[in-house]
Structure formats: structure tokens, C-alpha cells
Unconditional design. Structure first.
Length: 64
């Protein structure tokens, strides 16, 4: 039977957070019409990218 990675639960949560932030960025892009729209889109999008980078680093550094 194949062994599950130790950090699978953490990686799954980070992926869920990334997907929520990515969808939030798209929704902000289409529906947020305030003067600071670009800053908000940049901030939420950047947070999504940082979360995804953390998940990828956990995946890359995993050793069996």
C-alpha cells in the first residue's frame, strides 16, 4: 500500500486557501468599484501566490 505524505493535510488546507483567494481576486476584479481597486486586487492576488508558493515548497522539500 502506498504511504501518504506526512504533510498532506497541511498541503490540502493551503490549496483550499489558495483557491478561495484566487476566486476572491477574480470576484474583486469584476465587482469591486472603489478607487483603491488595483491595490486590493494586488494584495489579495499576492496573498494567493504566497500561499501557493508555501504549498509548493512543502511539496518539493518532502522526503520519504
Amino acid at each position: 500500500m502506498k504511504e501518504r505524505p506526512r504533510n498532506l493535510r497541511l498541503r490540502n488546507w493551503l490549496n483550499i486557501i489558495f483557491m478561495v483567494l484566487a476566486v476572491a481576486t477574480i470576484l474583486i476584479f469584476f465587482f469591486y468599484n472603489e478607487s483603491n481597486r488595483r491595490v486590493v486586487i494586488f494584495a489579495v492576488g499576492s496573498a494567493a501566490v504566497i500561499v501557493k508558493m508555501a504549498e509548493v515548497m512543502i511539496r518539493i522539500t518532502y522526503k520519504k
